[in-house]
Design a protein around this ligand. Sequence first.
Ligand code: SF4
Length: 608
Amino acid sequence: MTLKGGYFRKYLHCDLSAGTCERLPLSDEIIAKYIGGRGFGAKMVWDNLKAHDFKIDPLGPENLLVIAPGPLTGVYLPASGKTSFVSISPATGLYGDSSMGGSFGVELRQAGLDFLSVTGAAPELSILFIDDDEEAKIIPMPQLKGKSCLETEGIIKKHLGSNDVHVAAIGVAGENLVRFACVNGDWSRNAGRTGIGAVMGSKNLKAIVVRGEADLPVVDLDAVIQETEKAMRYMREHKFFHVWQQQGLMSVIEYANTQGILPTCNFKATVFQGHDKINGETMLDRYKIGDSACFMCPMSCGNICLVKNGKYTGTVTEGPEYESCAMLGSNLGVDKFDAVLEANRLCDEYGIDTISTGGIIGAIIEGYESGVVSLEDLDGSEISWNDDGAIMELIRKIAQREGIGDTLANGAKAIIERWPEMDKLLLQVKGLEQSAYDSRVGASMGLAYATSDIGAHHTRAWTIAKEIEEGANWTPRQKVDLVIYHQTLRPLFDMLGVCRLPWIELGLNERHYEKFYSYVTGKETTLEDLLALSNVIYSLTRRINVHMGATRKDDTLPYKVREAPILTGPNAGKKLDAQEFDKMLSLYYEVRGWDENGVPPAEMEALF
Ligand code: SF4
């Protein structure tokens, strides 16, 4: 059935090796089954893998990169600025995706496109310019070599003679194929995880630039506006709305510290003595100078900060948010907020993921402390907790692939290969460094990390707060059900092209989204219909991972979570119960309808 609204029924496919860009029709069948965002991305990546007999080098020209907003992206409804970047991940070698806020995806839709796919590699560093419905151009711009994400945006705007474009760019780290390089859009919104920036780097694609003017296809705009007003009223009246506007995710630092889940000194502890020096209140008192928001978001969770004195005077960042502050702050023992800001700025400038960077540097500090990594390995420069000068230098070396940075830039798997004992210190799942929530405190969070299709990232299922608050007497089945519900609903937000934070942080009812989808497309659709489609895509990405070699043994948790109890704080002594976890994993597979090894039935492939 052809939907009346929601889609342009077109995507742009660019082959950088051939130097061609083509607008292609998007079929009703793909629209109906995959919705948009990561759904479109997973489908296109799946088709590309099949065409290559599942033999794809993530950094090879054959790896397909898909940039896909959703049918709700850019529509007049809350927080509708999200776009998914999907590919085979250089960090894990498996399915990878990451979403970006801001307005880049909105502009891509206004160029009349449902998504963009890119294959091949340009002969020299280039940009892809999509100018509304004109023929897209691949423009060589070798002068961008070595430029930061922000500089790149400025140079491109000058070159095109227009500020009226949106840019998604990589920094030096992406050019240098750092396996956790990110893509930066609209100055500060990052598709941070799984190394999508390195995929762009491998294609010699420094930036994607878009300008669009098309109206979005919305069937019942009046109904959308009414529903949006209801949702916005609910959000604005929420008791935490103003805290969110003021602090954004930085308010989580205090919560995580109080609950004993704040990564501290490479997850040795989960309570940080210096928490009040790097929390949201300190940011508000001394550093914050402005807000920033993604398209149509009243929560405006972005914090613009300025360091006004001391050795980092003049540092300006859009950030940090919780993950960056925890991983570059408490996880490295850093109790100086100005140093956290500078580390955050450097990561943004070079274009590397703050979570992976903080996880790797934390493990290296502990590795040096415990003798696993030698002074010679460190190129003769010592490093210790709270040693901000050495931390900045290591960030630079990673991005530039200099000295030890060349190994670190290859991510968790390469680090463990060089120093096998680092397997005990580096927290990662499937090669992706763990987010900033300690799963020793909640078994459901452990299950979420272990079964996440992209590795240890919290966006698939963030269950820890609910388990801490309500889960003392939960059965294993309740924990499994919660993880699966999150793994179904949260990816649905990525498919629709909206931010999940109004739902998870302010409790905006998820039923709003069935209405938004129905009013935009003109097809009455229930949340259950949408969740069922999202669920199939979780099996699709699982089948991708199985074809790429993942097995049950990859659905595991880091050594520290399994074997090293938390040292201090309210959760001192806690670690994973290995037997309980194993049983829960089997139950999880059973509930999903996968076999004992976590493999979805091969017959499911007929659905994809
Ligand atoms: S809550 Fe934050 S991340 Fe989400 S759309 Fe709003 S500003 Fe962007």
